[in-house]
Ligand binder design. Structure first.
Ligand SMILES: [Zn+2]
Ligand SMILES: [Zn+2]
Length: 273
């Protein structure tokens, strides 16, 4: 196989690994506590996230919890309804960064996630993690093709994460009455995250596929890991937000605008002063 083609394929594969760890660990485990992992498995995910993304889990969780608390209203870090599709699609990482560096956001939304000794020694050093990841690619492919693979991975990872926030809040199927949308094609590219309307309706559920015909690839891993007792799943079946489930309740029915805050209440990180 020609080296440039191999580098592109490896870059895309690495970005898929990053996206898979993002949804399983950063999103479903750390942010929403839909899954509780055995420490050894969590450490594997933390290491892979460190060398493929350099993201600090508590920062990612804080930004994302704020997104759930202020979905598509003033205060949402990356709403395409407020900022426009292209601004979120093209500058999602910058929008993320601005909020992730805000100490007030971290204090309010990640107070249950203080840094531990692993963070202090390794995982808070994003540059070191990324340098290890890039070095591994260069040692495997040769330095120029390793750098190409790293660039392909970076672009693909950023573009697909942005698509969940931008495309996934504008276009696609609406099963529940919230501003997010379901797109199965995006779910295939993001290990299930494309089923974003389902996720906003049931944020503490580990499974993002709710209906026949919806497929959530990360769930297959979670179900297997759970049956091997490597992790615990919080709800057996998708659990709608408390406010949505009572009152009108159910697919396609009304949900109070403040319902998103209920998920933060469940995590004991509601937007308290
Ligand atoms: Zn969203
Ligand atoms: Zn979420």
């Amino acid at each position: 196989m020609p080296r440039p083609l191999l580098a592109v394929i490896v870059g895309l594969a690495v970005s898929q690994v990053g996206l898979f760890c993002t949804t399983v660990y950063l999103h479903r485990t750390v942010t929403h506590r839909a899954i509780t992992m055995k420490p050894g498995l969590a450490l594997v995910f933390r290491f892979v996230i460190w060398i493929t993304t350099g993201i600090k889990p508590r920062e990612w969780a804080a930004v994302h919890r704020r997104h759930h608390a202020f979905t598509d209203v003033e205060g949402d870090p990356h709403s395409p309804l407020l900022l426009g599709f292209w601004r979120v699609q093209l500058t999602n990482a910058a929008l993320y960064r601005r909020v992730a560096r805000d100490p007030e956001t971290l204090r309010r939304y990640a107070r249950d996630l203080p840094p531990d000794r692993w963070d202090r020694a390794l995982f808070d050093r994003a540059v070191v993690g990324l340098a290890i990841g890039i070095t591994l690619l260069c040692l495997t492919l040769g330095w120029q093709w390793g750098l190409l693979a790293a660039a392909v991975h970076t672009l693909s990872y950023l573009a697909l994460n942005a698509a969940i926030n931008a495309f996934g809040h504008l276009w696609g199927k609406k099963t529940y009455e919230n501003t997010a949308r379901n797109n199965q094609w995006l779910a295939w590219l993001t290990a299930g995250e494309g089923l974003h309307n389902n996720h906003h309706a049931a944020p503490t559920s580990a499974r993002l596929a709710h209906e026949r015909g919806e497929l959530d690839p990360a769930w297959w891993f979670i179900a297997a890991a759970s049956s091997l007792r490597l992790c615990k799943v919080r709800h057996e079946s998708p659990k709608l937000l408390a406010v949505a489930a009572t009152g009108a309740g159910g697919p396609g029915r009304g949900m109070a605008p403040a319902a998103a805050v209920a998920v933060l209440d469940e995590l004991d990180v509601a937007d308290a002063p």
